[in-house]
Design a protein. Sequence first.
Length: 546
Amino acid sequence: MSFSHDGTFLLYARHYESTVTVVDSRTRQERFTLTGHTDIISWAETSPDDSVIATSSWDQTVRIWNATNGQELRVLTGAENQCWSGAFSPDGSLISVGSGDSKVRVWNVETGDLVHTFGGFEHWVRKLAFSPDGKSLAAGSGGGTLKVFDLMSGEERFTLAGHTDSIMWAETSPDDSVIATSSWDRTVRIWNATNGQELRVLTGAENQCWWGAFSPDGSLISVGAGDSKVRVWNVETGDLVHAFGGFRHWVRRLAFSPDGKSLAAGSGEGALKVFDLMSGEEKQNWQVKMQKGDVVAGHGMSFSHDGLFLLYIQDKNTVVVVDSGTRQERFTLTGHTDSIMWAETSPDDSVIATSSWDRTVRIWNATNGQELRVLTGAENQCWSGAFSPDGNLISVGAGDSKVRVWNVENGDLLHTFGGFGRWVRRLAFSPDGKSLAAGSGEGALKVFDLMSGEEKQHWQVKVQGLGSGFVEILHVHYTSKGLLFFGYGDGRVFTYDQVTNQMGQFEHEPDRNERLPGYGNKLVTSDGTLLISEDFDGNVRIWRLE
């Protein structure tokens, strides 16, 4: 979602949709809809003079639209993978977009001509910024590298290398003397804009750093983080000046007032706070409450095993339990202080487990909603989980690249399994409850022995044809006979038979230049004999697992 520069209209694209709706800010009425993309829209923005709108999409195109009537003016082509975020040059004559083929392209907005193609990245490129004079372009990639290109000569000026995780934001100071970058490595770095030399590292964040902003005079920098705080540093000395809290979710939207005396910060739970930078006090606080039925409410759902009740996540950190027959709310599970990522009933439906970005897992009585215990130990956000077949154990993966196993009855932490390079979000117990399979963001799958606590198996599938070099495991499942299958975001599915120690792969392998890894659905039938795969080539495939 973004406003026009004059504030008279708003652009918004719903999650995973291929259209953009343009709404009048005053009347709140829809002006028109931009229709033409054939895949998910990843970015939409107006030109500096608000005369045109640019959109980029996973259909590998960028489109330019008339901002008055919504007419499509031209289609910018050349990208060989999904197009991600983009940026207009200050005068609006150029547009740059990063893509999943690890390249950045620059087009002439008026003619649609491709002016530059910049490569040299090892990962996809999603963060871009033109210098105020329009002569340079900064591009940040998923591998923690930022490059600065000269738009006159088409040459790379320098590379900013130092971050150890994805760069989320890059911007030049108002006087163009320094460049600031923020990263998921929990640091903000200041660089000399002339030669790329690293000047200082700003620390203090306790979780991933997201977007930031310079104060109008360039003396301060503010960055929001995944620890639900906003920090303000002195650019010249690197000193931490303020750390503002009171948010329940990550903070990713920031703006200094024109006089530099106030800072506005917006967070994931819909809160907007304004802070006084002189006194360090909170001046204003607004909270937009989501209503039942809103698109953002109820983003996760699951039924109990007996089908008598339904769990759904509402307002981020609350789970509502609904009777399937009467469709009436039974009770609400309240206690988490950050987004709930997973909710599921035990195999016998006696308890409900929830995991959250507040780094806890909670066990609740499924009859009355009473909180029974809080499982702790995670050092970062908790993601998805799984119950063992007998319901005695629960395992949850976390953003600290570890998997933990607890005893459900007493809450004791039994195992902590590491060795992953990224977050762990896919878990499955074997039918006999003796093994645990875990899939991570870098495409590693490990199988652990729950009796000995040792790692039994480890697979790492290298992705060909993608600049990132990895693709997340999205599906991990054991069939009733112990056959393990795991599916990757690029559509490939592998199997492992622990009895014969044989590994196999399904014959169908989609074109990985066609989609960025991450979104094909796969379902195993309840008897564990069939795999149903929804693939990005428009087909649904059914595979026999036994």
